[in-house]
Design a protein around this ligand. Structure first.
Ligand code: Z5A
Ligand code: MG
Length: 218
């Protein structure tokens, strides 16, 4: 008997601090893969289009106040409300390129002073990424990219704390071989893109044989 096992797509995540170039690289990888015959989709968190996302957007724009824990939970809900669709896309063979995820969720909230483990708990059991491209940029270097904007969190002192917590989350994953790819974000857009493409092409091939994991931080 020939059993037709459908190949799944890869879950490729971009994480990092403000202005590190996540969206630039996520967009370029998406274009590259699409133009080279891959089945691929681009997603971004927060997803500001949903009802929850609209509240998050108002909060980030300083138009709306929320308790630190309440906004943290809303960011998590905004991921959970997309899980079924993401799972179906991956199983149907689509590679997902995701711009920020639970690692941003925990890093920004914990930087404000919330307990790290408390911050992780609502995201436990989300789909796990196959790779995290961590675009690493110091707050000083980020500031040179035109200064921080008007949104909440766009302050140098907070960004420094956020970066430290990203590294704590990386430690938590030290048993997961090569999940985190730390990229020095202070290089040319094209050089970074080239490295990201090379790695992603191998990963897509490798992941297609592996089961999907709904075990984030389990
Ligand atoms: N947040 C949270 O608290 N909890 C959560 O669960 C989640 C998020 C998911 C909004 O996120 C805020 O939400 C964010 C975290 C928090 N707060 N902060 N800070 P967002 O993703 O919507 O934020 P954004 O507005 O897209 O900004 P960004 O993601 O920080 O930027 P980026 O995507 O990393 O960078 P970029 O837009 O690609 O590039 C920034 C600039 O640098 C731009 O002018 C580029 O042309 C330039 N650039 C890019 N690459 C380079 C290189 N290699 N060299 C030189 N210049 C470059
Ligand atoms: Mg961005």
């Amino acid at each position: 008997d020939i059993i037709n096992i459908k190949k799944r797509g890869a879950f490729i995540l971009f994480e990092g601090c403000d202005k590190a170039g996540k969206s630039t690289q996520a967009n370029k990888l998406f274009e590259y893969l699409r133009n080279n015959g891959h089945s691929v989709e681009l997603l971004k968190f927060p997803d500001r289009k949903t009802k929850i996302g609209q509240i998050i957007n108002a909060y980030l724009a300083n138009e709306y106040e929320l308790d630190d824990k309440a906004i943290h939970l809303l960011f998590s809900v905004n991921r959970w409300e997309r899980m079924k669709a993401m799972k179906n896309l991956l199983l149907s063979g689509k590679t997902l390129i995701v711009d920020r995820y639970a690692y941003s969720g925990v890093s920004y909230s914990a930087a404000k002073g919330l307990d790290l483990n408390w911050c992780c708990s609502p995201d436990i059991g989300l789909l796990s990424p196959d790779v995290i491209f961590f675009m690493d940029l110091t707050a000083e270097e980020a500031e040179k990219r035109g200064g921080f904007g008007e949104e909440r969190y766009e302050k140098k002192s907070l960004q420094e704390k956020v970066r430290k917590i990203f590294y704590m989350l990386k430690e938590k994953d030290s048993d997961k071989d090569s999940l985190w790819r730390i990229l020095n974000a202070n290089q040319s857009v094209e050089l970074l893109h080239k490295r990201i493409v090379e790695y992603s092409l191998k990963l897509i091939e490798k992941c297609s044989q592996l089961p999907l994991k709904e075990d984030l931080w389990k």
